[in-house]
Design a protein around this ligand. Structure first.
Ligand SMILES: Nc1ncnc2c1ncn2[C@@H]1O[C@H](COP(=O)(O)OP(=O)(O)O)[C@@H](O)[C@H]1O
Ligand SMILES: [Mg+2]
Length: 255
């Protein structure tokens, strides 16, 4: 298991946003985390990425306790995430965004100091090539030079994934990556997630869109009001009474 979320509780004042929730992400797995709005999904992401510290419980990444570790250290350990709201640099081009993401990882200042200017130029070339490859991988090759804020929201979500992959993560976490996407774009995103997983990077996916979760996830965890109410294979989750009641029943239009 790459990630273990064990009996985690997070209170905000008197509100338990996450209450005694446990799940694991396996090495070659796409794990789906679903639930109605406000059920605690993003809080789980924020706990894993060090934005919040759990009130109680343990979070283990590669068997090491990470709860309470600062966000930048967790990112360096190999957990990358995308956000519900676009987090790209709006006035940089797509490729500049991905290049910038590399430098959070490559310690270029250290390399510059050690090998002089030649090392840097070589490194810059390598980073640019890798950035271009990543943009091709996420389907943005043709839009490499486009300013990020001129990209469609679907393309900005793809760009966020390229940025996350630039850090060579061991775990990729996606928070509602297909919000605002049309059917075709969702299908492309599913294909992209499958290739990321096939390349050896497991994915933790928070998604509101039921059909997408059912199509792409190997295993699904369902939350409601801060608690885990079910988990299992997509086909079993779809039949689970508590899930239908809490999730599908209430909001109706996510099938
Ligand atoms: N930083 C915070 N401070 C106070 N309450 C929060 C904070 N973040 C989330 N919450 C509350 O925790 C609950 C779960 O929110 P969230 O994890 O964003 O749900 P989801 O992503 O499933 O929609 C909500 O009631 C929300 O208002
Ligand atoms: Mg959320």
């Amino acid at each position: 298991m790459i990630l273990r979320f064990e009996n985690v509780t997070k209170y905000f004042g008197g509100l338990a946003a996450v209450k005694d929730v446990s799940f694991t992400v396996g090495e070659n797995q796409i794990l789906g985390l679903i639930g109605p709005n406000g059920s605690g999904k993003t809080t789980c992401f924020n706990l894993i990425t060090g934005v919040h510290k759990p009130t109680s419980g343990n979070i283990l990444f590669e068997d090491k306790e990470i709860s309470g570790t600062p966000s930048h250290k967790i990112a360096r350990m190999g957990i990358a995430r995308t956000f519900q709201i676009s987090s790209v640099f709006p006035t940089l081009s797509a490729v500049e965004n991905v290049v910038t993401a590399h430098y959070n990882k490559t310690r270029s200042n250290f390399v510059t100091g050690l090998f002089g200017i030649c090392g840097t130029i070589k490194e810059e070339k390598r980073v640019l090539e890798h950035s271009e490859e990543l943009l091709e991988f996420v389907g943005l090759k043709e839009k490499m030079q486009t300013q990020a804020d001129s990209l469609t929201s679907a393309d900005q979500r793809r760009l966020m994934i390229a940025i996350a992959l630039a850090t060579s993560p061991k775990l990729l976490m996606l928070d509602e990556p297909c919000a605002g996407m049309i059917e075709d774009e969702r299908a492309e995103l599913i294909a992209l997630m499958r290739s990321v997983c096939k390349d050896g990077i497991p994915i933790l996916l928070v998604e509101h869109h039921m059909k997408m979760i059912m199509e792409v996830c190997h295993h699904v965890v369902v939350m409601n009001m801060g608690q885990k109410i079910a988990e299992g294979k997509p086909e079993d989750i779809q039949k689970n009474e508590a899930v239908i009641e809490a999730y599908l029943g209430r909001s109706g239009n996510h099938a």
